[in-house]
Design a protein around this ligand. Structure first.
Ligand code: CTP
Length: 420
């Protein structure tokens, strides 16, 4: 299950132009199943409308120590005469996004000047702050010292990136991307259940060149594989992601970029001995052209014939060379008879589990942000020798969490000792 499901997150928004990006962060937290309570500073209210957050979040916006509906309770609104302690006590995490230099200074000094700073000081929940400001402010020793103080006290800081800033300036101080912020939140809320476990994940569709400009490819976006790598990293695993797509991975994930099935095969098989869990989420081409033309094939030479040959079946090769203590996960993207095909792949390829999906179904599989799968697990105790775990339609990150839950159960059942 996603670490965010049902968790109470107080989303503090302070006054900077990046406050508009907190709207996207709010939406993504809610999509991941979190219960989000937005707290807007008075500055934030100048940049983003309260209605926007109240519509997207799980509860209406809370703005000040005094605006809680004690006299006239609003349905769904957090009603308490002492909101700063209630919010802080009931939160699983407090995320400040964006955090201005003023918020950072006030918090580091322990001053409770409004509802958000009072809540920060009154909580024992983990706190994540995402600074965003102009480069000159970011570089100022006062800001850096305040951040160092907060980090010493256990506050997680998501550093700003470099890029375009308000007013057309350029430099460090731009709010981190929502996906990076979500990764950090996931990391903080996820128990390190895969600490020390070496996980190898493949992602994306391979490209088999025909000539220097053309290739045989497929529609895989790599999103599910990357979500698996990010989720494994959040659980403390030592993750190596072998991917065909230029998509950022979570901090700490080691990435190797490949194009062809052969390149992927060589990297994966080369690492197999030093791996505990292999997840073959990549859509590997089954065929490649025999030989690659040195020059671009020209039209006036007539319609070419492209002869094909099979690529190496990476999963099958893993199945033959694997150790018994390793967990091997395959995928099956099908358009019909999903279970039958997946079951045959489980047997043929020597995997422990196959994650099968019907890519012809709406909102499922290639290119989508959501997925719905059935996980077929080899299980001698089951009547048919195979156990099924249904994973309903949800974000690819949540599907990744469900798949890794199955992997962990399998490791626990086998009592695989920690690797390091
Ligand atoms: N796979 C692989 N090497 C290949 C082809 C597939 O490692 N050359 C892996 C995929 O990464 C996936 C699993 O095998 O984990 C099933 O892939 P899929 O394309 O669904 O099945 P195929 O074996 O290619 O069979 P078919 O195309 O007939 O469905």
């Amino acid at each position: 299950m996603s670490a965010l499901a049902g968790r109470r997150i107080v989303l503090g928004v302070t006054g900077g132009i990046a406050a508009y990006k907190a709207v996207e962060v709010c939406r993504r937290l809610v999509d991941a199943g979190a219960h989000v309570i937005p707290v807007l500073s008075s500055g934030a209210q100048r940049f983003v409308g309260e209605t926007t957050f109240s519509t997207l979040a799980s509860e209406p916006v809370v703005r000040s120590l005094w605006d809680i509906g004690v006299d006239e309770p609003v349905p769904g609104r957090h009603t308490s005469p002492i909101p700063h302690t209630r919010l802080g006590q009931t939160a699983d995490l407090i995320l400040v996004c964006p955090a201005t230099a003023r918020l950072i200074g006030t918090y580091a000094a322990g001053i409770s000047s409004d509802l958000l700073t009072a809540t920060l000081i009154a909580t024992t929940a983990p706190v994540v702050i995402c600074p965003a400001m102009h480069t000159e402010m970011w570089d100022h020793p006062a800001v850096q010292e305040n951040l160092a103080t907060l980090q010493r006290r256990g506050v997680r800081v998501v550093p700003p990136s470099e890029g375009r800033l308000a007013g057309g300036d350029h430099g460090r101080g731009r709010l981190a991307e929502p996906s990076t912020i979500l990764d950090v939140v996931h990391g903080v809320l996820t128990p390190p259940s895969l600490a020390g476990v070496r996980v190898l994940v493949t992602a994306g569709g391979t490209r088999e060149p025909i000539d220097p400009v053309r290739f045989i490819g497929n529609r895989s976006s790599g999103k599910q594989g990357h979500a698996l790598a990010d989720e494994a990293a959040a659980r403390g695993a030592d993750v190596h992601l072998v991917t065909t797509v230029d998509r950022a991975a979570a901090a700490g994930v080691r990435c190797t970029r490949v194009d062809t099935a052969q390149e992927m095969h060589d990297v994966v098989l080369g690492e197999l001995g030093a791996t505990d869990v292999v997840v073959m989420a990549a859509a590997v081409a089954d065929f490649r052209p025999v030989g690659v033309a040195d020059d671009k094939i020209k039209k006036d030479a007539g319609v070419p014939t492209v002869r094909l040959e099979p690529t190496p079946d990476i999963l099958a090769a893993i199945g033959q060379r694997r150790r018994g203590d390793q967990v091997v996960v395959g995928f099956a993207a099908e358009t019909s008879s999903v279970r039958e095909h997946a079951r045959s792949k489980l047997e043929r390829k020597g995997a422990d589990l196959i994650v099968a999906n019907d890519v012809a179904a709406p909102s499922v599989g290639f290119e989508h942000d959501t997925n719905q799968v059935v996980v077929l697990v080899r299980d001698p105790a089951a009547e048919t020798g195979v156990r099924e775990v249904e994973v309903p339609l949800q974000s690819k990150r949540a599907v990744a969490a469900a798949v890794l839950d199955v992997v962990e159960t399998l490791r626990n059942d086998r009592r695989v000792p920690p690797t390091r």
